[in-house]
Design a protein around this ligand. Structure first.
Ligand code: HEC
Length: 75
């Protein structure tokens, strides 16, 4: 299972960096809990331009690497 989902996370991570580093350092995904990312990302939605699919993928990535979902070991 990890081998099939990992490329998606790699893609999301790259998208995260290029999207969110534009104005400030992109916060560590573990900055918020999985639930916290829903509003955390939404608060920034006026600032970035992603289509719905990209946005959903990014949210899933952040939620799966959040403070309460094992994000501590990641960066
Ligand atoms: C066009 C510029 C811009 C982009 C792109 C951008 N941000 Fe921000 N971000 C800001 C500004 C300005 C603030 C501070 C003012 C505010 O909170 O609205 C901020 C604040 C934040 C904060 C609050 C600070 C904190 O520590 O709680 C978070 C979290 C955040 N951004 C995450 C993101 C994420 C995630 C992305 C990518 C999806 C992103 N930002 C993309 C401009 C941007």
């Amino acid at each position: 299972m990890m081998s099939s989902i990992q490329p998606v996370w790699d893609y999301a991570k790259e998208m995260y960096g290029s999207t969110c580093n534009a104005c400030h350092a992109a916060p560590n995904p573990a900055h918020f809990t999985a639930n916290g990312w829903i509003s955390g990302l939404k608060a920034m939605s006026a600032y970035y331009r992603l289509n719905k699919n990209e946005e959903r993928t990014l949210l899933k990535y952040l939620q799966n690497h959040a403070k309460d979902t094992g994000g501590q070991g990641q960066h």
